[in-house]
Design a protein around this ligand. Sequence first.
Ligand SMILES: [Zn+2]
Length: 500
Amino acid sequence: MTSHPTERIVLAGGTIHDPAHGRDGVVDDIWIDGGTIVPRPAEPSSFRRIDATGLVAMPGGVDLHSHVAGPKVGFGRRIAPHLARRADAPAAVPTIHATGAAYAALGYTTVFDAAIATAAAPIAHLELADLPILDKGIYLLAADDQAVLDALDHDDRGEAQRLVGAAVTAGRGWSVKVANPGGSAFWRNGRGDHHDLDTPLPGRRLTPRQLLVRMADVVTALALPHPLHVHTSHLGIPGNWRTLLETMQSLDGRRAHLAHVQFHSYTGGNLDEGSFGSGVEPLVEYFNAHDSLTLDVGQILFGGTVAMTGDSAAAEHLAHATGVPWVSHDLHLSGGCGVLPITYKEQSLVHAWQWAIGLEWFLTVADPWRIALSTDHPNGAHFTAYPHLMALLGDAAFRREALARIHPAVRRRSPLARLDREYTLQELCIITRAAPARIAGLPGKGHLGAGADADLTLYRPSRDLARMFAMPAMVFKAGRLVAEEGHLRCTPPGVVLAAG
Ligand SMILES: [Zn+2]
């Protein structure tokens, strides 16, 4: 079967999940004309009919926090040969073409790379031009630029807006990410320590807390589609739940998106009695009560992968703690990344806690519209593991079986055993499509109303959710059939999503 961009088609009789329009399992037809969903036409005879009877129809998946392009990903492909070529799983960091093909085969049609140094934007876009099928955007690490830091330090909001706006325009960015506020300045000044929110940046009066708040205001003033994307201080450090709580409090009603909160929700360390564990409860209580904030989880799943972070201090710490090779790069003295291989193990106390903490976030956030499913690919797990994660959320029995295999101390102490919530199909649709599209600021995506991009996925329903979501029956991108039963049917180029 082939389809063409200008073709008119109707997907007839599918079971529709379109949370933005309150349609939860409604049997109806979806009319597509020229890559866009249209109302039922007065003259339907020119629409080619595709039978969707018995299939579940959802908008195409939207991944608002992933790592697929740029220098860090290039290093990631090379740092661990045993993870690049393996018989039982895709390469931990696939080639750009394989990345697009695997996302599309999974039913995903939009992806954002969440950490591109402004100096790396041109090379990231060269690479993204080769990412087939998906629409794609980048968040720029604009707060690592010296001139931006100067302006923020002087609290010259007008100059900061001018500089960040110019960086977003020149780099064709979608929004702005702060990766460990001030982290690259500390790192380059030989201070690869884990500075807190109130330690001034080397040679400045500006603190990381002020940097976050002022950048959130800059992004709001620029009216970028997606609010400031925040990876706060102390990633991966015991006791860092306090830092995330303070981060949320400091933002004080400002819109912001909190990235990979799983990596920021740990008890332990000097300030907490007792050992490493979950700090989710007070964090989720605050989050649930403050709807200016959204988040993605950065779930870890067990197995081997490659970690890559704009937070070089965190990468160095982790590599030294686990005795693996690592690489760090810095671009024109403005931002960079640390990259290292990692294997998450069920019987590791720390890894088991990380797994349980991520799931605890998913299962205790009250409003699914404020949470996006992610593994921070490839940091927590490969994006091809999303169906497994969806089964952990939607099938409590499946989750209990997995819980029974992890480190016994975590099994005993984690609240996970008491959480029997199961995500419905509609809620899984929200956290993988409708919510990330809304949070990212994509009015034409994440829903199936008239005027939406005709990006959609047809699944064969199954009680085995991992199987159901791993292999859609059909995937359409801008009205074209791009994948069918795991096979690519065509590879249109996709569109670069750039603000303004
Ligand atoms: Zn990330």
